[in-house]
Design a protein around this ligand. Structure first.
Ligand code: AMP
Ligand code: ZN
Ligand code: FE
Ligand code: FE
Length: 291
């Protein structure tokens, strides 16, 4: 069983369509795939239809941009009711923050002598409301200003680089609560990845009390030592351990589908917690698509 619980499509900053992502997963021998676009469920319907066709088991999720103690934290939310009003409102605020940031980044780039405009970014982000730095990077590539997304982040868009602009992110604890109230489960994505809050055990215990179900341990941003430490913390606390590719299609190298995977027994625990959350919430939650 190969289980990959964190991937992106063109509904955010991946380069595959949602259907293309599911087909690519089938071709890569993935048995269970989660689609987790940034801050949106917009890819769910298309991915679910493709899962029915291809025989991939599909978990509908999203990766929500949150903030905790001043630092960005990516929260994977699996199987929440995407119509739960507080969650809808929070995601709308994040998407609005993404929209508002684009002209500021373009202004910074212009000040650096790099001329790209709204239309370039619009063309690079067709099909998503979750416009992000990767789309600005793609616009820079299209204009010939850089060779690829990596160069765009290294020169202009990455943290501490001259065209970097911060944006609104949802409060982490509130978002964990909203996901639970929406009948879903939360997992912290790449908790010790680059430029994220380095949650220690006490911090993770507090988040667990707020409803956190698990942590993503096996991720390309974690080296062997980080994985071993995180696994030990998860064992102490009883948190679910997940692993994933964080695939972005051609948008990110080293993140091929299935490069990291989730153990079947951990996936089973996650689904049990999701079933319990769904029942407690009284909401209509998406089921896992089992062809
Ligand atoms: P944003 O959410 O708009 O701030 O952009 C963050 C996204 O950019 C993350 O999802 C990353 O996957 C992506 N990203 C960060 N660094 C790089 C990089 N060096 N190359 C390609 N994508 C990156
Ligand atoms: Zn991304
Ligand atoms: Fe992330
Ligand atoms: Fe991601």
């Amino acid at each position: 069983m190969r289980i990959d619980l964190h991937t992106h499509s063109r509904a955010s900053d991946g380069t595959d369509t949602p259907a293309g992502l599911v087909k690519a997963a089938a071709a890569a021998g993935i048995d269970v795939l989660a689609i987790t676009d940034h801050d949106t469920a917009a890819g769910w319907a298309e991915a679910a239809a493709a899962a029915e066709e291809t025989g991939v088991e599909l978990v509908r999720g999203m990766e929500i941009s949150t903030r905790h103690e001043g630092r960005g934290v990516h929260l994977l939310a699996y199987l929440p009711d995407p119509t739960y009003p507080p969650l809808v409102e929070q995601l709308a605020a994040v998407l609005e923050g993404r929209r508002a940031r684009v002209p500021m980044m373009l202004q910074r780039l212009r000040a650096l002598g790099v001329e790209i405009d709204d239309e370039d970014v619009r063309l690079a982000s067709v099909g998503t409301e979750a416009t992000g730095r990767p789309h600005v990077a793609d616009a820079l590539v299209a204009r010939g200003a850089v060779a690829d997304r990596t160069e765009a982040f290294d020169r202009y868009l990455g943290a501490g680089r001259p065209a970097h602009v911060d944006r609104y992110a949802a409060p982490l604890l509130t978002t964990i609560r909203y996901v639970a109230e929406a009948g879903g489960v939360s997992v912290i994505a790449h908790p010790w990845g680059r430029s994220v809050h380095r949650h220690d055990e006490a911090d993770l215990a507090r988040l667990q009390e707020a409803g956190l179900a698990g942590i993503e341990v096996d991720h390309e941003d974690h080296d062997a030592a980080a994985r071993a430490e995180l696994r030990a913390i998860a064992r102490n606390l009883g948190l679910v351990v997940t692993g994933s590719s964080d695939h972005h299609g051609l948008g990110k190298t080293g993140h091929d589908l299935g490069v990291n995977t989730t153990a079947p027994e951990e996936y089973a625990r996650l689904l049990e917690l999701a079933a319990a959350a769904s029942a407690a919430s009284g909401r209509t939650t998406p089921s896992v698509v089992r062809p």
